[in-house]
Design a protein around this ligand. Structure first.
Ligand code: 5GP
Ligand code: MN
Length: 361
């Protein structure tokens, strides 16, 4: 359609702009424009244990800033899982826990910090202190509810399917769809796809598909990206999931809830590496009647990572806040427990008691 004539081209771009709901305020875009206009070097951060959205959104913004001739570096609290290593420029991403001094120096000298896919600085783990210490403006671009007051510019939209959706909106608000290139489109699509379980949830808004249409127009191959992310597992990861389903899944029919636990020694037994349990918590929701799923992973002896998922109106972020010192979205949240697996399971049981009415209504 774009090749037909210049007029048609303009028409399509205008139509696209008309069709997309305008969710980001002019004020925020104005502030970002000013920050991007006058600075020279930027650091882009995301949350600890980066997922597809954290990696996709930070790298997309990094490519955009570089396309403007700026210096931009992605600094993450720790390393990303191998299934995201194909993302354009993923090899240039720095991990704070590996390259502490270099990260600290980049953060300290940056003209502005972009804080993506998290709503409170504490979500960046050990990197939080050095990010907080910077006096440069901090620009939040995120879709988690209740952002803290640690940021100077807020682009906070829980209705967005992903931070990648918001990065698309920011880039196109600043430079139109022409500002997007193939690399940015690949990164943005990846985060939109992973944060929605390949468009199975949190993706009912029409805008999601209007944006995808634009990304396809930049030449991305969505089926190839799907395979890179979801058909790229080790055989040990497949066996770990089989073990979790066969031996470790517990369904609490009375509560419409399910639990999977994996201890540190079980993870070692299956040679589990970073990202191997990503998405496992969603599996029990496939069981008829299950509305709430909890996955307890003993990251290291004495530290249990908690992942929670729910469907419909059941607020699993309330459970995360009440019982697991965490938070997140209504249908996808998490937290942690310092203690034994038994203690964490006991807290899960207490949560079922407390929320029984909501779970069974
Ligand atoms: P996941 O289960 O994929 O690790 O996390 C799902 C969502 O839960 C994240 O996108 C984030 O919103 C939230 N989340 C996970 N862990 C924590 C945590 O420790 N604290 C808070 N506040 N939110 C978390
Ligand atoms: Mn996200």
């Amino acid at each position: 359609m774009r090749n037909i004539c210049v007029l048609c081209n303009i028409f399509v771009i205008e139509k696209m702009k008309d069709m997309l709901e305008n969710i980001i305020s002019q004020e925020s875009i104005g502030s970002i424009k000013e920050i991007v206009g006058k600075g020279r070097s930027y650091v882009i951060t995301a949350h600890k244990n980066p997922d597809g959205d954290a990696m996709g959104s930070t790298l997309a913004l990094c490519h955009y800033l570089r396309s403007l001739g700026k210096e931009a570096t992605v600094v993450l609290p720790n390393t990303y899982p191998a299934f995201l290593s194909w993302l354009p420029s993923a090899d240039e991403v720095l991990a704070y826990d590996v390259d502490k001094e270099r990260c600290e120096s980049l953060v300290a000298t940056a003209d502005a910090l972009f804080c993506l896919d998290y709503n409170v600085l504490s979500r960046t783990g050990d990197a939080a202190q050095c990010i907080a210490a910077s006096s440069a403006p901090k620009v939040l671009i995120d879709h988690h509810p209740q952002p803290s007051d640690e940021f100077n510019v807020l682009v906070s939209h829980p209705e967005a399917c992903s931070t990648c959706e918001l990065v698309f909106r920011v880039i196109t608000a600043l430079g139109g769809t022409e500002a997007l290139n193939f690399e940015m489109a690949q990164c943005i699509y990846t985060g939109m796809m992973t944060d929605t379980g390949a468009f199975a949830y949190a993706s009912t808004r029409k805008d999601v598909y209007l944006i995808i249409a634009e990304l396809l127009d930049k030449g991305i191959d969505k089926d190839w990206i799907y395979r890179k992310v979801f058909y790229n597992f080790s055989v040990t990861r497949m066996r770990l999931w089989g073990y979790a389903m066969y031996d470790k899944l517990k369904v609490y029919n009375k509560y419409n809830a399910a639990l999977i636990t994996l201890s540190h020694s079980e993870l070692m037994r299956f040679y589990a590496s970073k990202g191997d349990t990503e998405g496992l918590v969603n599996q029990p929701l496939q069981v008829k009647g299950v509305r709430f799923s909890c996955f307890l992973r003993e990251e290291q002896p004495g530290k249990i990572n908690v992942s929670l998922r729910s469907v419909d109106d059941f607020p699993c972020n309330a459970v995360a806040a009440d019982f697991f010192n965490g938070g997140g979205h209504k249908n996808a949240s998490g937290g942690e427990v310092y203690g034994t697996m038994e203690m964490a399971v006991e807290r899960f049981r207490q949560a079922l008691q407390k929320y029984k009415a909501e779970l069974t209504e």
